[in-house]
Design a protein around this ligand. Structure first.
Ligand SMILES: [Zn+2]
Length: 233
């Protein structure tokens, strides 16, 4: 008689473990989805930062090139003027000014080269980041779609299991069910029943004394683990 009750309880336990696992999976879905979306937005942010840097360098290059043009014009102007000067003093002054401008020209040319170098590196990075982002966005969108569908099917499965549970519960002895239910609510893994394995409770791994083990074998009443209070079988 009690053996039969234990079997029914065991059937309920199987359903409850399933329900627990499915509920865990459903509960973790929003977090996982958010994490996936963050992967895309992080990649996009990196991409945008590189694009901004690229634009900035291009602007800087244009600016420096204009500056260089200005310096060239000025140098040319002074070089023409130097042929027309009358005094030595004026000649020296213009020559020194030309030298100054030439130094500035060299500095600007160096700057342009350095900006071009930086921009080359950024351009390569930008290309890679854009490709990365595009691929990631595609992959993650697919993954989210798959997971969303999976989540929906889990919800249906869960609903079915809960229906099944409702059908089973009335057939179980009420007192036994209440004990089971109380233990189940107190556990964090959906398990209110545990196997006795090599003298230990499979739920908490604690040794089960022989007199309890004997009672479990008799299958005449509910026997609990002294440590975690789960029903032993
Ligand atoms: Zn235990």
């Amino acid at each position: 008689m009690f053996k039969k009750e234990l079997e029914k309880l065991f059937e309920l336990q199987e359903i409850d473990i399933n329900i627990f696992d499915l509920e865990e999976e459903i509960a973790s879905f929003p977090g996982r989805k958010k994490q996936m979306e963050k992967e895309i937005s992080d990649a996009l942010a990196k991409n945008e930062a590189a694009r901004k840097e690229h634009k900035k360098l291009q602007l800087e290059r244009k600016e420096k090139e204009l500056e260089l043009e200005g310096l060239e014009t000025e140098i040319k102007k002074l070089q023409t003027r130097i042929n027309e000067v009358k005094t030595n003093k004026e000649y020296t002054a213009i020559l020194s000014e030309i030298e100054n401008l030439k130094t500035r020209r060299t500095r600007t040319e160096d700057l342009i080269l350095s900006v071009m170098d930086k921009d080359d590196t950024i351009s390569v990075q930008l290309k890679k980041l854009s490709e990365n982002h595009a691929k990631l966005a595609e992959d993650v969108a697919l993954k989210i779609k798959e997971e969303t569908e999976k989540n929906e099917s889990i919800m249906i499965k869960l609903k079915d299991l809960k229906e099944k549970r409702k059908d089973i519960v009335p057939g179980i002895n009420k007192d036994i069910y209440l004990v089971y239910e109380r233990i189940l609510r107190g556990k964090k893994n959906g398990m209110a029943m545990c196997k006795l394995e090599n003298g230990n409770c499979a739920g908490c791994r604690v040794f089960v004394p022989t007199y309890i083990e004997e009672k479990v074998k008799e299958k005449k009443e509910l026997v609990h683990c002294e440590n975690c209070s789960r029903i032993l079988y």
